[in-house]
Ligand binder design. Sequence first.
Ligand code: FMN
Ligand code: SF4
Ligand code: SF4
Length: 259
Amino acid sequence: MKGILYYFSGTGNTKWIADKMKYYFDLKGYELNLCSIEDIEDLNISKHKFIVIGTPIYGKSAPKLVEKFIKKIPNTKENMKCIIYSTQGSKSCAYIEIIKNILHKKGYNVVVQTTITMPNNYYFALGKISKINYVESILNLADKKVKYIVNKFVNNNIYIEKTYFIQLKLEALVSKAFKKTLPKLLKNLQVTNECMSCGRCIRNCPTSNITLENGKVVFHNNCILCLRCIYICPINAITYKGRKIVQIQNNIIKSLDIK
Ligand SMILES: Cc1cc2nc3c(=O)[nH]c(=O)nc-3n(C[C@H](O)[C@H](O)[C@H](O)COP(=O)(O)O)c2cc1C
Ligand code: SF4
Ligand code: SF4
């Protein structure tokens, strides 16, 4: 059985889960192809038997480019089976329920809906550092959860994590506030004089928001705050609120295909 997994991953967490899912599906004899939402040219879903969608959570909702992608997904008459997952720092996020409802209206049969806790990539922006042991234990649990989900799917079980109405309403308010403050938050991204103009951040920004002008890195207004540029700069020359990241998540970043 052949499926396709569409994902967006700013700093590698959501891709890490995608890789694990592929691994566990492979073990069951299923073929799962991975496709970054950033690279989609032709959205041809009908040639697959099932679809998986993975997104990180920013301010209690999905990044703009994931929202746009979900809107673009074509209707289906085949009741196609679908797995949806989010990755976030907290235990759960109600936004996944919104994605499910949109897909239901388009004719998809969401059989797995899950939120997977991963290391919070925004933590450093708050001046916090996650301990390595903590990161390792989170990854361990995430791995087990992916294995569990794949088994559920393969055995034709339904696994929908419950979302409470009050959580949906509260998180919708947080999301609205986050989207409103986003333009302000983007001003926190800065580049230091250490930058050696290697162009890595420019090549890998999912929204082409960075350019090199007179040899200097310049940020524009099309940023989604995915933090990828900060995480992948080889010399940590990009700061957020003047803070440099501690590269404890290198094992995860490796899951991204960096150009
Ligand atoms: C701008 C921003 C906002 C975030 N907001 C939330 C949030 O509201 N709730 C949460 O649990 N995690 C939040 N996070 C943490 C990420 O959802 C989490 O680390 C995710 O796994 C990152 O996935 P990625 O590495 O695939 O981009 C946020 C991260 C960023 C960069
Ligand atoms: S990745 Fe870092 S060093 Fe390279 S251009 Fe960007 S900011 Fe400069
Ligand atoms: S500028 Fe950096 S944080 Fe903003 S979208 Fe590009 S890579 Fe992500």
